[in-house]
Design a protein around this ligand. Sequence first.
Ligand code: H91
Length: 630
Amino acid sequence: MAAGDYEEILKYYELRETIGTGGFAKVKCARHLLTGEKVAIKIMDKLALGDDLPRVKIEIDAMKNLSHQHICQLYHVIETSKKIFMVLEYCPGGELFDYIIAKDRLSEEEARVFFRQIVSAIAYVHSQGYAHRDLKPENLLIDEEHNLKLIDFGLCAKPKGGLDYHLSTCCGSPAYAAPELIQGKAYIGSEADIWSMGVLLYALLCGFLPFDDDNVMAVYRKIMRGKYSIPKWLSPSSTLLLNQMLQVDPKKRITVKHLLSHPWLMQGYSDAIQWQSKYSLGRLDEDCLMELSVFHKQSRESILELISEWKYDQMSATYLLLQSKKARGKCVRLRAACLAGHGSATPSAGLKHPRDDAQLDDTEFTVSTPVTRKVVTKMDEDKENVDPDLALRNEMPFELSALKTPFAKSQVESQVEPTPFQAPALKGTLNVTDENLEHIRCLEIIVNAESQFTAVTPIKKHTNPTNTDDSTAAEVVHERRFHSVDLDLNLAHVDSSQKKRKAKIFGSLERGLDKVITMLTPSKKKRYAREQPRKLKAHYNVTTTQLLNPDQLVNEIMTVLSKKHVEYIQRGYTLKCQTRSDFGKVTMEFELEVCLLSKPDVVGIRRQRLKGDAWVYKRLVEDILSSCQV
Ligand code: H91
């Protein structure tokens, strides 16, 4: 990344790791310097956006207009000559998609809790004259309180004459697209959203899609017919609701108004779904106003006036983040973290904030010297021994990290003989079809006397202007056509016992690994602190094992990745993986990280999709993990 492009955003935020990419956007985790709050920043490159630039403007306008408890909050928009940054509410629970697949499927009760929130968000979106047009579990995130937040308004529409007016652009993901939309007919946005919600509800209750095929045209044919299977675990009331939503004729489809008090959604609840926004941008919070007023040494009234403009600038962001802090029971307090040279974030130079000596509520965020932008956090603890400039940017070029990061030891070095392990019920049941898996290349890693591991070839950055992430690009060493393993995890095509076994993959891997007995050489356990994998909390994106040797696990995963021709770059205990299409385009990016979990003390594998189709990712990662003979 060119430093100049990020100058403006770095005045207010400390950027951290990339958490997602897709289209022309990259999403990074970051911390707002004044409040210490975690945020997500969607970064778009204007040049790469080209003709899609107006879409981004529509998305930003929509998000400025929409403020709701189940919609991801926009805090700040920064536009520079080259980039557009959207600062958004951070949702630590990640995508609903990952949550569903980790659990196989949700119980009717849990699905109802989530679906009520989805109906609430969509009823509100429609009430504001918008249609979302890209509803899917990947676009619903889980927040700290386990509530859903709708994201990605890039495809939304606000018909000029109101929501009853017809739209004509066919957009969204094929599997969730309404029949009238794929036929290219004029359609009503809200009706198309209801269909997608039907597909979504089916995915929640079943863990797979109602209309699925490797071939997009076949998916379309299935959608047009509107026939889907009803797994035996679906209750009659769930089946009825799905039927009402998945009506091919949009005029026969249930409306959002009827959903608000639908019997299925009311089971166990006494009130209809509350869709009105609980946030009011009109009435400002006095405590937050006062804190801003003290911090900026301006009257309450002038601060109130500035906030009321809702310019989605640093003032809006600071107010909204303070308010969110307060709502979470944290102290409404701004930090003097960015005193020097940080534009509008700067209170009068040389003057001390009246409460600068006060105890900070958030111990993980301690303020360093005013002249640097560096903020010391818990997350930085594991960065000792690292070039401070790079650690500050949180982006280490691969070459450097290969030299500085102690890598998992090679098979040669680690003498431990892994106990062969058959992933129960999985080995032999997975097939990869040629269509399904793209031709993938492999990056060789060798042992280097000095650095333990480093890449064989000099790592070159891709020159692709759209790839603004410094971290993942690597020169490919050799190419091999991939035809060997067959993967067909499309659950619609297998008999029910197989389906069950396949659907349980993430869970069964854990149980399988439980059986593994490994030895750990004490000398290898901890040579120095940075040889350790990260310690993470149990999360549904983490598969637990009962292994004690993380190095062995990393090596095992690397072997499987090479076998499956998935390109990867090793960074410590993280494997950054990618697949490509026949044409060399990166189709999928994901990370597998070997980590340590406590209580019980086990080794885990964290998985995270960064880019690519969620369901294809699911099948591939299931295949990789089940092939790990650790
Ligand atoms: N997908 C369509 O994976 C593939 C953590 C995480 C935490 C987030 C907050 C906002 C957004 C993403 C977050 C996030 C893209 C966000 C909001 C809007 C938007 C986009 C992202 C991924 C990108 C990373 C996302 C999930 C979706 C995580 N993400 N884990 N907080 O348009 Cl409005 Cl693209």
